[in-house]
Design a protein around this ligand. Structure first.
Ligand code: NOJ
Length: 562
């Protein structure tokens, strides 16, 4: 496939297909591919992926037809939470490579026309970050402690945590240090929360942004973007902690999420990005609901994109999907931002398995060997339909590594290989996220399916993956990989992602969704009966076989009306 090579600083609008005459910056309809570095490609054979491995495999992404690559964190880190525990924001973790390897990756990506988005983790550092070491060495009340959230405990001897907050990974959100003070960690105890009311913290992060912007990165995915500011006085919140939490029935909002103060931080960051040449972006990982709250992160002077987790979490029912789509598009239109669609990432059950459960029973977190297992065939069928449908929606989209291969969640990982801190902190009750993080298969027939030069792989890969490898699916009509390649090529050709959405009143209804965008009609059939397209419609792309020209159950299709 021919691709136009663009430099990281290219701000020119994309060529328009003429259907609506709209043009605009690259990110408004970009398809961004998430690379989870430890599981993508392992050049040195130690069983953990690395930067040279990614660089060597970038042509796969160019062929796939994505616009950019987002790398999950590759900074120096003790890897207690797979790199989301950063010990130094200006370097590269030696197991992943060096700053030179990063420069080579970035240069190669740009040569291939792919932009590069880093992952920024501002809510917490690693406990091994120099600042936290200094905080531990410092006295209670010292400036070194003031970069984090240290508090005295409750109870006669301060033996009780300062408040009732729980960690997202299970257990209390507080850990006590030798002198009796407690520090806050919304995640693992190895990830102390920073205090964003401290100007030093703010300065440090604008400096870190500049460090990477000057190295040519095209943007940042911002981890836990809704968590940086905590409500004044850390008021009680006596609930199990979940990432996607809206207000309670009585209207109370969680004091650790989505506080007004976060927006000021992102306005400052936006100014930093805008002062650099090119259209560099900020992407919010903000588990915020409803969409009207999420859209506040993408107001004109804040971030560019925000993952739509309401959509990711929506059950496989037409009515609920439509409600989220409508609410999302309306809320984003109000602030002039595009929507950002996503179905899988490194924190959720892969959608090829998630959708293999009855509608409404899709698991949010991991699945273990003793849990009810997904219907793999149904899951893949629905996942292909979900992806084809999503890739036609107006806005940008994210693809998580391996979803283009139709990879399922690995549900059979034994407890002893699971590494997610959420598994350990809950005594295995939360199965954790390892099942969506298993290294991906490149070529069948070799040990580790081409993930690395030898057999090593930090999580075991199931034998069925031989037939799911990139090589096994390349050129195979009907394979999930070829489906994604066609979808991305057609999306580009028809300017999908840039169009508006108009529901097709005749076809939409019951468990069927159909909309027009640009010159394309998109149909998603969740009902039991096949749906016939209008006379003269020509199928451009189908997630499964059509049945006598009609779209069968759990299938999505794009039709040309031209
Ligand atoms: C969200 C990240 O995606 C997840 O993997 C991580 O565990 C938490 N944030 C904490 O950084």
């Amino acid at each position: 496939m021919e691709r136009v090579s663009r430099s990281s600083t290219d701000t020119s609008p994309r060529p328009d297909d003429g259907a609506t005459g709209s043009t605009g910056p690259w990110w408004r309809d970009a398809v961004i591919y998430q690379v989870y570095p430890r599981s993508f490609a392992d050049a040195d054979g130690d069983g953990l992926g690395d930067l040279p491995g990614i660089t060597a495999r970038l042509p796969h992404l160019a062929d796939l037809g994505v616009d950019a690559v987002w790398l999950s964190p590759v900074y120096p880190s003790p890897q207690k939470d797979a790199g989301y525990d950063v010990a130094d924001y200006r370097g590269i973790e030696p197991v992943f490579g060096t700053l030179e390897d990063f420069a080579a990756l970035s240069a190669r990506a740009h040569e291939l026309g792919l932009r590069v988005v880093m992952d920024l983790v501002p809510n917490h550092t690693s406990a091994e970050h120099a600042w936290f070491r200094e905080a531990l060495a410092g006295a209670p009340g010292s400036p070194e402690r003031a970069r984090y959230v240290f508090r005295a405990g409750r109870g006669a001897d301060g033996e009780l945590p300062p408040n009732s907050w729980r960690s997202v990974f299970g257990g209390p959100a507080w850990t006590r240090v030798a002198d009796g003070s407690w520090y806050l960690h919304l995640f693992d105890s190895s990830q102390p929360d920073l205090d964003w009311s401290n100007p030093q913290v703010r300065e440090e992060f604008t400096d870190v942004l500049r460090f990477w912007l000057e190295r040519g990165v095209d943007g940042f995915r911002v981890d836990v973007a809704h968590g940086l500011i905590k409500a004044e006085g850390l008021p009680e919140w006596d609930h199990e902690q979940a990432l996607l939490e809206g207000a309670t029935a009585s209207g109370e909002r969680p004091p650790m999420w989505d506080q007004e103060g976060v927006h000021e931080v992102y306005r400052q960051w936006r100014a930093v990005l805008d002062a650099h040449e090119g259209e560099r972006i900020l992407v919010a990982e903000a588990w915020v609901t409803p969409p009207s709250r999420l859209a506040r992160y993408v107001r004109g002077d804040e971030m560019h994109q925000a993952f739509n987790f309401d959509y990711l979490r929506a059950p496989w029912r037409a009515g609920e999907l439509r409600r989220v789509i409508d609410a999302t598009l309306a809320a984003h239109a109000e602030v002039g931002a595009p929507a950002t669609w996503v179905l899988s990432n490194h924190d959720v059950v892969r959608h090829a398995s998630r959708l293999g459960y009855p509608a409404g029973q899709e698991p949010a977190s991991g699945v273990g060997p003793d849990d009810p297992q997904p219907d793999a065939e149904l899951g893949l069928r629905r996942a292909r339909a979900a992806s084809v449908f999503m890739l036609a929606l107006p806005g940008g989209a994210y693809v998580y590594q391996g979803e283009e291969l139709g990879l399922p969640e690995v549900t059979t990982l034994p407890a002893q290989v699971r590494q997610d801190p959420a598994f350990a902190r809950t005594g295995g009750e939360d199965r954790g996220r390892d099942g969506c993080r298993v290294p991906i298969p490149w070529e069948g027939g070799e040990p580790s399916y081409g993930f690395g030069p030898g057999a090593a792989s930090w999580l075991p890969q199931p034998p069925e993956w031989a037939r799911l490898s990139v090589a096994a699916q390349t050129g195979v009509a009907g394979s999930t990989l070829e489906l994604y390649r066609s979808a991305l090529a057609l999306r580009r050709e028809h300017g999908l992602g840039r169009g508006a959405l108009a529901w097709d009143a005749e076809l939409t209804g019951g468990d069927v969704l159909a909309f027009r965008t640009r010159d394309v009609l998109v149909v998603l059939n969740l009902s039991a009966r096949p749906v016939a397209p209008p006379a003269g419609a020509r199928a451009l792309l189908v997630s499964g076989e059509l049945a006598d020209g009609a779209v069968p159950t759990d299938t999505a299709a794009w039709f040309s009306l031209g």
